[in-house]
Design a protein around this ligand. Sequence first.
Ligand code: GLN
Length: 284
Amino acid sequence: MTIRELINEAEERMDEANKDSNVPKVLFYHVSNMQPHELYLKMDEEVDEETLRTFNEDLQRYLNGEPVQYIKGKEYFFNYEFTVNEDVLIPRYETEELVENILYVIDDYFKDYKTIDLCDVGTGSGAIAISLALEEPKLNVCATDISEKALVVAKKNAHDLGAHVTFYQGDMVQPLIDAKKKVDIFVSNPPYIPVHQDIDPRVKDNEPHVALFGGEDGLYFYRKIFETVRPILKDRAILAFEMGFDQRDIMEEALQQYFPDCPHRFLKDINGKNRMLFIYYNIE
Ligand code: GLN
């Protein structure tokens, strides 16, 4: 069988099953280690047995409902290639915008600093912490996660990408309190989906629930952070969060309760949805 025949056949199967017909090509690049232009030139060559077997296994995993990123074991975030598996949330495009905006904030408020201390709480794959460490050499980055297994992935990513990040295992802010850390910038993309919300089965059945769900209204972890974060903030600090697009009103209420005197700002993502929250702690 030629590569062309294999892929065509697989694409037809996807159409019939109402699945994404781009996936066969994506998986074929992965199993064959070919770039798109190479594949284009080799379409009429025979598929070797090993490639055929792995391709069929991977395709079956996709048909069984697994996300392509877990099958490949990789996802790009901020142009860096991160290893991902079932122990971590797959990094999302929306979160790249959070990283982007944090880089702007650094420019706006911390330009003259020689070093800037930043923490990423609930780091998962390490996507936020590692990208920031790589993008801004002035940052001194630490990150926490409650999941030991997630930290294995995050540490591998930091190592493979050459980022210097100090990792702590523990619940949200607690390990940083214990380590007597003080930060200029606090970042988190905590789990924010309300527990009873219906979500895409490919997400719900595969991604770690500890990374997805944030209690009844989705704000459980934000409140927990708001309650406990002050001891790790420097006199002047910025807190940056990703949040659910429909959580602005309840977030306002939580901010009234925990940070009534601090200015804050909601930022929209590329789709025009409220997606980020910045709190200015003793910064006008
Ligand atoms: N910080 C990680 C990310 O943004 C993980 C977030 C999470 O697991 N909720 O990708």
